[in-house]
Design a protein around this ligand. Structure first.
Ligand code: HEM
Length: 551
């Protein structure tokens, strides 16, 4: 009788094979190896005893690992074989642990690749075992972003298969190829200066609320966390312009919209892990039906759906939603535009919140921090705004968008603290790198180290010094093209750059004429966030606000 734990493998019964098996069994029994052959009742079995099974399994596993190791080694020799430098990397994991690390900002890794391993021209990196390219040469960047854009149309796709991820999959930033081209063509007119002008009063109203809230807070506290307040201002502005709702996060910090948005933006370890796994084995999400994005996405979907119904009932505000809905009202003979379906419109509303909330808030927080630190620049800016008010009676769209020093202060902040420190493109058609014999194959990811270009001494003397004058018209000619990329560049740059700048300029101008800003004692430095997300100030930006006029 066979014991239960014995694994029985039924084997072939032909005469000649049986004979060979007997010989095999005898040999093994002699060696007391734990294998056996049972041929009673005319059946032939090879019997594996448990301890032997473990041994065999381990041997197989070791074999598989060895094969995988050699496979990874071969993949990770891609750049060495082509004579392209790479920063030191881990076997199998490549540079991914450093890129995704929560201990240092993404730019710390980029900076090493850029300055020590040739990245200021180009260098190789490995995302796990997959080779990718990091390019810091402004001339090559011009080709990637603009001249040879048709080779670099796409970004990495994060399209998850779960039904609740559908909205994210429809976002402009996630779409690729012709779908992206069509969507971008439809959405671009949403951000013309005419449309910005219409939205200007909405933004001014939110900026006024920001100023009075912050000044009130300043009467009760020794200093105010302006990162928090600018965050609430951008939240209110986007909620108003993209969702058509008044969420009043400045007045009601428990507003449900704000709470959901905060939860959505909380990129905890688990979410990072999910994104990392999705990047490596996207098919796992399909097999196991895993949702990639958090449940809050459904809340925003509901809010946008309700607003769409209200708009269809006749309500109009001149905001993003109205502009996107207009595409549905056009008949085909009137326009070459394709009407957007509801889910696509909702996707873009959520995208505006995701892409516009923290980026603009960080820009404002860092600018006010730098102006508090450099009081002479703050005085210059205040004077420029006061002159505008004297001339026009108020802050209006034209004058604020033309204010040169205001623009320079924000541009210099975006140089020193670009909210997105890296952007990327996916090569969509093989591309030969100029002045080299390297061809970037279709499908390869190209990383663009924005932060490194912004801090490269050869383009920006004394790169860590805040000097808005670099961007004044008389000095602009000295700036090398494609070395200042806070909004990316080319046809796939930030679609809302004009809106973001209008929002930031209005808020900063209103703040600076209402209060003198200085650094709070003990908060002279800002601590930068780490990890691969948006560059932000952790622990807030704490400033002392001294009112300059009666509110
Ligand atoms: C100061 C604020 C902002 C900064 C620094 C910023 C920066 C960027 C950057 C670097 C990119 C990638 C560009 C590229 O790869 O070439 C981008 C893309 C994008 N941004 Fe912004 N952004 C800001 C505000 C906004 C706002 C307010 C919105 C929406 C209301 C927005 C919507 C988008 C969208 C939709 C894309 C994807 C465009 C596409 O794939 O076609 N951004 N942004």
């Amino acid at each position: 009788m066979l014991s239960r734990s014995e694994f029985i493998f039924k084997c072939i019964s032909q005469e000649d094979k049986l004979e060979r098996a007997r010989q095999f069994n005898q040999l093994l029994s002699r060696q007391r190896s734990g294998w056996g052959l049972n041929s009673s009742r005319g059946c032939n079995y090879i019997i594996f005893k448990p301890f032997t099974m473990i041994g065999v399994t381990l041997a197989l596993l070791a074999l598989l690992l060895t094969i995988f190791w050699f496979y990874a080694k071969r993949k990770q020799s891609y750049w060495a074989a082509r004579g392209v430098k790479t920063p030191p990397f881990y076997p199998i994991l490549g540079h991914t642990p450093r890129i995704m690390s929560n201990k240092a900002g993404r730019w710390v890794f980029d900076d090493e690749a850029y300055s020590k391993y040739g990245g200021s021209n180009f260098c190789g990196i490995y995302e796990m075992m997959n080779p990718a390219l990091l390019v810091g040469n402004p001339e090559i960047l011009r080709q990637i972003f603009v001249k040879d854009f048709d080779h670099f149309v796409d970004r990495r796709s994060f399209k998850a298969p779960h039904k609740n991820d559908e909205i994210v999959n429809k976002m402009l930033s996630v779409e690729n190829g012709d779908v992206w081209k069509n969507l971008r063509a439809i959405m671009t007119p949403t951000f013309t200066s005419g449309k910005m002008r219409n939205m200007f009063p909405l933004v001014c109203a939110k900026a006024d609320a920001l100023v009075s809230f912050s000044l009130q807070e300043a009467t009760k506290k020794p200093y105010v966390d302006m990162k928090m307040n600018f965050g609430r201002f951008t939240m209110d502005t986007i909620a108003s312009c993209a969702f058509g709702i008044e969420c009043n996060s400045l007045l009601d910090e428990n507003a449900i919209f704000t709470k959901k948005a905060e939860a959505f933006f909380d990129i905890s370890g688990m979410r990072m892990f999910k994104f990392a796994v999705f990047g490596i084995v996207p098919s796992l999400f399909k097999w196991l039906n895993i949702q990639l994005n958090p449940d809050e996405i459904l809340f925003f979907k509901e809010v946008a759906e309700e607003t769409l119904s209200a708009r269809r009932a006749g309500e109009k505000r001149g905001d993003f939603l109205d502009l996107l809905l207009e595409t549905q009202a056009l008949d085909e003979s009137e326009s070459s535009k394709i009407a957007l379906d509801d889910i696509t419109i909702i996707g873009q509303s959520v995208l505006f919140l995701v892409a516009g909330f923290d980026t603009t808030a960080s820009t404002l927080a860092f600018t006010s921090y730098l102006l508090a630190k450099h009081h002479e620049e703050q005085e210059r800016l205040r004077k420029e705004i006061q002159d505008i008010i004297r001339e026009h009676g108020e802050i209006n769209y034209q004058s604020i968008m033309e204010a040169k020093f205001l623009d320079s202060c924000i541009m210099e902040t975006l140089r020193m603290y670009p909210p997105l420190t890296t952007t990327e493109r996916v090569c969509t058609r093989d591309f030969k790198l100029p002045n080299s014999d390297i061809t970037v194959p279709r499908g390869m990811i190209v990383q663009i180290p924005i932060w490194c270009l912004h801090h490269d001494e050869q383009y920006w003397p004394e790169p860590y010094v805040y000097r808005p004058d670099r961007f004044m018209p008389e000095n602009k000619a000295c700036i090398r093209n494609y070395t200042h990329l806070p909004f990316g560049a080319g046809p796939r740059n930030c679609i809302a750059m004009r809106f973001a700048l209008m929002e930031a300029k209005v808020a900063l101008a209103k703040m600076i004429i209402a209060a003198d800003i200085s650094l709070a004692p003990g908060h002279e430095d800002v601590k930068l966030s780490t990890g691969p997300g948006i560059l932000r100030a952790v622990g807030g930006v704490n400033l002392v606000l001294s009112p300059l006029r009666e509110e």
